[in-house]
Design a binder for this molecule. Structure first.
Ligand SMILES: *Cc1c(COP(=O)(O)O)cnc(C)c1O
Ligand code: SF4
Length: 348
């Protein structure tokens, strides 16, 4: 509204489209460190690790990192370091057995009632702990053959009541690519629910624009978006506003995190993550134990430590702010809860 004494608002130039921001991200860890005024040598930067799994970080995410802080929990999630290049027994290239259960359509059905659809291999950010860091991204996704194969596979199995879009990150696909998929799923009678697992609203919140909200609103059943945030400091006002735009359309928001040494492996970090999520109406869903993927052993937290963090969190936070601690065990019919059977085990 223009009232006397105020100036008419100048038409501001439109903010950059999210795809421009996606392209503009950092792709060189040396450059990232120089932005933060940190010494590559002291940080253990490894070109070899970067060659194995390239660096990729949106600028807006880097803006949330602390200048000159070598222990910044956001930086640690994305910086390729020497520790990744050491072999560790039990850390393998396909820890969750997705290669074994893959189908050419990109549809993975490991659990009753739910099918997970690998929509793309691409992500806006490359997380060093990712279990997909060795996945042959180019081949294993439905988008390459467009969606017919995936939609046919889902349509042929009436047990699939929920479809989970995963990747990579499904929101790294354009609306143009996602539209026929989401519309196609909406036309299959037995598909009652749609779920999207994504880190984009956290690392590139501009992705959640009006067109995307519109697209989700067209799905006939309930839609759940599961964010992947690992630290309270990842959540700033831009993330809050992306989340509020989704909530405004009745979309349920949950969060799934990975327990990571040096990032969030203490009760204080877990509590501040839960508080930051609750402040924007997002419920903590899962806290995952790391998948033992080659190159990520330095992020591992033992079950014993994990259980003690959970016990402390349970004492300090309301029950709805306490995520379920789980791990993915190949061949099991669900994520496997990690629970202390009576007194804590003393295996390590
Ligand atoms: C994790 C996962 C799901 C979803 O499990 P929920 O416990 O329902 O969150 C479904 N399919 C596959 C293949 C998964 O890995
Ligand atoms: S799949 Fe998720 S964890 Fe892996 S690199 Fe992409 S955003 Fe990160």
């Amino acid at each position: 509204m223009i009232t006397p004494g105020t100036t008419a608002r100048q038409p501001t130039s439109a903010p950059p489209h999210w795809q421009k921001l996606l392209q503009a991200g950092y792709r060189d860890a040396g450059e990232l460190l120089s932005t933060l005024d940190l010494d590559p040598q002291a940080m253990g930067l490894s070109e070899q690790a970067q060659a194995q799994f390239p660096t990729r970080v949106p600028q807006g995410y880097v803006a949330r990192m602390r200048y000159r802080d070598p222990e910044d929990p956001l930086l640690r999630q994305v910086l390729p370091v020497k520790a990744e290049t050491r072999d560790h027994a039990g850390f393998v290239t396909d820890p969750v057995g997705d290669m074994a259960s893959r189908q050419s359509t990109g549809v993975l059905k490991k659990y009753p009632g739910r099918a997970l659809l690998i929509t793309t291999g691409a992500c806006a950010i490359h997380c060093r702990y990712c279990f997909r860091r060795h996945f042959p991204y180019g081949e294993e996704n439905a988008a390459r053959g467009r969606w017919e194969g995936a939609l046919n596979a889902v349509a042929a199995d009436p047990d699939i009541r929920e479809v989970i879009l995963s990747g990579g990150d499904p929101l790294s696909l354009s609306d143009q690519k996602l539209t026929p998929l989401i519309q196609g799923l909406g036309q299959i009678d037995h598909v009652k629910r749609l779920r999207i697992h994504t880190r984009l609203p956290v690392v590139l919140p501009e992705r959640v624009d009006d067109d995307f909200i519109q697209l989700l609103s067209g799905f006939p059943g309930p839609v759940t978006v599961v964010l992947h945030a690992n630290h309270g400091r990842e959540i700033d006002d831009s993330v809050a506003s992306a989340v509020h735009r989704l909530q405004g359309r009745g979309i349920l928001l949950l969060n799934q995190a990975v327990l990571l040494r040096g990032v969030n492996d203490d009760v204080h970090s877990q509590q501040s993550l839960s508080e930051a999520l609750s402040a924007i109406g997002v419920a903590p869903y899962y806290l995952h134990q790391l998948d033992p993927v080659a190159g990520a052993a330095h992020f591992q937290v033992s079950d014993r430590e994990a259980l003690s963090i959970m016990a402390a969190l349970r004492r300090q936070a309301p029950g709805y702010m306490v995520p379920r601690l789980v791990r993915e065990v190949p061949g099991e019919a669900s994520k496997t809860p990690i629970e202390s059977a009576g007194p804590l085990e003393t295996d390590d």
